[in-house]
Design a protein around this ligand. Structure first.
Ligand SMILES: [Zn+2]
Length: 451
């Protein structure tokens, strides 16, 4: 029986073993490896020299509304452990998980073992794998070029802030300050170039023959690292993604954008691509992350990442009215008879629309400064059209109906084809580039616009 077989977590279990203190009344009792894990993260209220309610605390049954709560709490915690660890167990466990994935996401076949192993190496040794990745796939020259691209797009936002007619001068000054303070990290953290520093990330035991134990050691180590950070000063240079991630993020509480080397690759970016493709590809992603600093959520944090309202009431209520137009637009998109949730996806939609515009105008500035690009051989599209095609290509994906259903219910991003249609249809330059008749679906007379 695997380690999970020894867990005893049901409230109907007999009294604690001899020598163990009795659990507090109505608090769950755990034993074995689970107990060891849960109590690792325990932080006593009295440990804090701050207000005793300000720090993390152990969940109590009060959080679940009393009566019958112990059972709910037990079941929930055990389920979280099962869901995280089952994928590392023998085939019957993995087959059960696959059944679940088939129902929820429509996935056809279980993943090949080689991919599973690569996925786990990526998850548990991300930075070590990333050191190998950047060595082969990301040059210092690429980093400098992308940094310049980010600066160009930030410059365009600065210009657009000046021109906005719905924001007053006081709010504009705060928005500009936020832009100036925004931190940008590109490619990979510098420590990746020093093998001994990479080793420090993985100071736990790993043996060839003890796969499951290796995973537990890795999880325990990362919990310990997290716990150590409690009440320490925030380290703003930490990367939440390894460099090979095909992703990017904006953190409102650090006012920071991060673009790992993995997303700075073809088809999104290549130093030798026409600039129309680079601006339509990675440029719109950079614009998207930048705009997150000014969406309905990120816009609530100030230039230092504090949850502090920097808007005047008049400007903020005009912002909300403009955002309402986008909520309504996406509320009217349906997929498999299911409505997209305009409110739930609002922040991402604001970021998509803003990012598209910022990248487009940054490309126009590039053309003004460097001259127009040569048409691509045997291709009928202009570079302005290619910019939009590259943007649409970013979101080219095929999903099964179950996966779309799950996405519409839970994901803060709208289904990909609406991310494209929603954004381009509200941007007059798209209608101009593709000669869409006025008031046609892709060029409506009334358009939503925030940034
Ligand atoms: Zn986003």
């Amino acid at each position: 029986m695997g380690p999970l077989g020894r867990l005893s977590c049901s409230p109907r279990e007999p009294a604690p073993e001899r020598g163990e203190p009795a659990p507090e009344r109505d608090e769950p009792e755990f034993r074995g490896p689970l107990k060891e894990f849960l109590w690792l993260v325990e932080v006593r209220k009295t440990d804090s020299k701050h207000d005793k309610d300000s720090g993390p605390r152990r969940l109590s049954t009060d959080d679940f509304g009393g009566g019958g709560a112990t059972r709910i709490l037990h079941n929930y915690l055990v389920w979280r452990v099962v869901v995280v660890l089952s994928e590392h167990l023998s085939p019957p466990f993995r087959e059960a998980l696959h059944e679940l994935a088939r129902e929820m996401e429509g996935s056809d076949k279980p993943q090949e073992l080689a991919r599973v192993c690569l996925g786990q190496a990526n998850r548990h040794f991300g930075m070590a794998l990333g050191a190998l990745f950047v060595h082969e796939h990301f040059s210092a020259a690429s980093k400098a070029k992308v940094q310049q691209l980010v600066e160009d797009i930030k410059y365009i936002l600065g210009r657009r802030l000046e021109e906005l007619d719905w924001m007053d001068a006081e709010t504009k000054a705060a928005a500009r300050a936020k832009l100036q303070y925004m931190m940008v990290m590109v490619g990979y953290p510098d420590f990746l170039l020093k093998p001994e520093a990479v080793d420090k990330e993985y100071e736990f035991e790993v043996h060839e023959k003890t796969y499951f134990k290796n995973i537990l050691n890795s999880i325990r180590f990362s919990i310990q690292l997290s716990v150590k950070k409690i009440r320490q000063e925030v380290d703003k240079s930490t990367w939440l993604l390894p460099p090979q991630a095909l992703n990017a993020y904006y953190l409102p509480n650090k006012n920071q954008m991060v673009f790992p080397a993995g997303i700075l690759q073809p088809t999104l970016y290549d130093p030798d691509f026409p600039q129309s493709l680079n601006y339509g590809g990675i440029g719109t992603i950079i614009g998207h992350e930048l705009t997150h600093g000014y969406d309905d959520w990120g816009g609530q944090y100030d230039r230092s990442g504090n949850l502090l309202h920097w808007w005047t009431e008049a400007s903020y209520s005009r912002f909300l009215r403009k955002a309402e137009c986008i909520v309504h637009l996406y509320d009217n998109f349906t997929v498999y008879n299911q409505r997209v949730n305009g409110k739930h996806t609002l922040g991402e939609n604001i970021a998509d629309m803003g990012g598209l515009k910022l990248a487009y105008y940054a490309y126009q500035k590039w053309v003004r400064e460097h001259g127009p690009e040569h048409p691509l051989h045997r291709l009928k599209y202009t570079h302005n059209q290619l910019f939009f095609i590259a943007f649409a290509q970013n979101w080219c994906i095929k999903r099964r109906s179950q996966s779309i259903y799950l996405q519409v219910l839970t994901d803060k991003h709208a289904p990909e084809h609406y991310r494209v249609l929603g954004s381009v249809s509200q941007f007059e330059e798209f209608g101009r580039a593709f000669h869409c008749p006025k008031d046609s679906p892709m060029n409506p007379a009334h358009k939503c616009s925030v940034w």
